[in-house]
Design a protein around this ligand. Structure first.
Ligand code: G16
Length: 543
């Protein structure tokens, strides 16, 4: 065994996006591509001064190869100890949990989240810091800068580590510990939620279907929901993580989890439907005949936080990403706490949680979580809903409608134009930016524009500023049109259009969402020239 210094040259485009570096698997397989990025990580974050590094991924194609490379490079960089999930498996929330519980100095997460996997699919790598959360922009930017000047990387030539055998091995001066991927996480969940009440709920005949979408949350959901909470076998479906997610798109929304939604609309629908994504940090909640929007789910969790023992003392604040609906803001107002508005990307919540300014965080992109870790957490959200249903004894629909009756309903939808020509997408955003000054005060259809800007975030904790975070057109009645470009796609550009309309009157809470938002969608198309500039007659995905 010896440490090799391998000459290399920089690859263009290794700048992390919304959530780490995501590219096609074939790009990551180019000789030196992964190694260069990992070298840059270690150059910036160092070897951890004797603390551990957590490594794991969602089990997608190339996960195992990438882990072996990372272990050999960690050893070459003098890391003392690496904790790896058995089989290379660790969900994103589990990585965050293990970093915090075992006081590791950081973690490397291998996942492209909800993006499809397999040899022609996507792969990704992300660095998390010692609080368990995604590295903030100052670190990701430094890593990117380092990738641009590399001329060599360092790696041990040791043989592969057996990732399937629990226990310790040594590589150079480093210990590799293969750990149970579920245990630490399950223990944390049992402390946050009323497992006795949920067990009693299942014992009363409550039925649920959890669709793990052939991805990483399967083993976690099986161990906790079927194992610890006593749900009948078969409650968790598609529960074995597959390298290509069974050819599916492991994104829990009504389009990609259409099978679950159909089941929940069918004659034998169970009481609760839920799904999680590729790496286990997203969630979708579905009642009989009703899919709960992520924005509503955040608001409902916030309004009912005290039902769960982990939140019985109350919440200090809420944070939501800018495009997420303002349903949570109304709950925050009623509780007399702040609702922070941050740019898209879970990394922006970390400072707020560390400073105890926000307890609950959520995003329209099916992400919800709390300060128990520093990642969004799919199974956590599902367990919260189980706890809520157990305590309240109402159906999902009754809870949602009751919430709207109390706070009003924020009709909400996202329209995605995927794999658009990147130049055309940039031109669309530029043209919109140029129009912002003349939009304020104008009347568009039945709406008056109160404010139109390019969202800028001033972090209240460290004072950092993030610019160009999405274009907001805010109407006088609180309705909103938001445009931004996705930072997680791997093909061309994805334009996201977010539409929101507030309705206070309970008599008008039963409208079809798209019908309720049709005026705003037409205005958005008119202002941005969406159809004309993209050449698309309609969005590729509507959630
Ligand atoms: C990531 C981020 C989220 C973000 C989502 C969509 O989620 O962690 O904060 O909302 O991407 O980002 P974009 O709109 O830029 O594509 P995940 O689940 O992919 O890690």
């Amino acid at each position: 065994m010896s440490i090799q210094t391998v000459p290399t040259t920089p690859f263009a485009g290794q700048r992390p996006g919304t959530s780490g570096l995501r590219k096609k698997v074939t790009e990551f397989q180019r000789p030196g591509y992964l190694e260069n990025f990992v070298e840059a990580i270690f150059l910036i974050v160092g070897s951890g001064g004797g603390c551990g590094l957590v490594v794991g991924g969602d089990g997608r194609y190339f996960n195992r190869e990438a882990i072996q490379t990372i272990l050999r490079m960690a050893a070459a960089h003098g890391v003392a100890r690496c904790l790896v999930g058995r089989g290379g498996i660790l969900s994103t929330p589990a990585v965050s949990c293990v970093i915090r519980k075992r006081a590791a100095f950081g973690g490397i997460v291998l996942s492209a989240s909800h993006n499809p996997g397999g040899p022609d699919g996507d792969f990704g790598i992300k660095y998390n810091i010692e609080n368990g959360g995604p590295a903030p922009e100052k670190i990701t930017e430094a890593i990117h800068a380092a990738t641009r000047t590399l001329n060599c990387y360092h790696i041990s030539d040791c043989p592969p580590v057996d990732l399937d055998r629990p226990g310790s091995t040594r590589i150079e001066g480093m210990t590799v510990e293969v750990i149970d991927p579920v245990a630490d996480y399950a223990e944390l969940m049992a402390r946050l939620f009323d497992f006795d009440a949920i067990r009693a709920l299942f014992a009363r005949g409550f039925r649920m279907r959890f669709d793990a979408m052939h991805a990483v949350s399967g083993p976690y959901a099986q161990a906790i929901i079927e194992g610890m909470l006593g749900a009948p076998g078969g409650t968790v479906v598609n529960c074995t993580p597959l390298e290509d997610f069974g050819g599916g798109h492991p994104d829990p929304n009504p389009v990609n989890a259409a099978e679950l939604v159909a089941h929940m609309n069918g004659p034998d629908a169970p009481d609760l439907g839920a799904a999680s994504d590729g790496d286990g940090d997203r969630n979708m909640i579905v009642g009989r005949g009703l899919a709960v929007t992520p924005s509503d789910s955040l608001a409902i969790i916030a309004a009912n936080a005290a039902v769960a023992p982990g939140y019985a003392k109350g919440i200090t604040g809420i944070a939501r990403s800018m495009p997420t609906s303002r349903a949570a803001d109304r709950v925050a107002d009623s509780l007399g706490i702040t609702c922070f508005e941050t740019p898209t990307g879970w990394k922006y919540f970390g400072n707020l949680m560390d400073a105890n300014l926000a307890t609950l965080c959520g995003e329209e992109s099916y992400g919800t979580g709390s300060h128990h870790i520093r990642e969004k957490d799919g199974l956590w959200a599902v367990l919260f809903w189980l706890n809520l249903l157990a305590v309240r004894g109402q159906s999902v629909e009754e809870i949602v409608r009751g919430h709207w009756a109390r706070f009003g309903r924020n009709y909400y939808s996202r329209h995605d134009y995927e794999a658009v020509d990147a130049g055309a997408a940039d031109a669309l955003m530029e043209a919109l930016r140029a129009r912002l000054p003349e939009l304020a005060g104008r009347t568009l259809g039945s709406f008056r524009v109160a404010e139109a800007d390019d969202f800028v975030y001033h972090d209240p904790v460290d004072g950092s500023v993030a610019t160009h975070q999405g274009i907001r057109i805010i109407m006088a009645d609180g309705s909103r049109i938001v445009f931004r470009l996705s930072g997680t796609g791997t093909e061309g550009a994805t334009i996201r259009l977010y539409l929101e309309r507030y309705e206070a009157d309970p008599a008008r809470h039963g409208l079809d969402t798209q019908a309720a938002l049709a005026d705003l969608a037409a205005i958005a198309d008119d202002i941005a020239g969406l159809r004309q500039r993209t050449g698309r007659a309609q969005p590729s995905v509507i959630t």
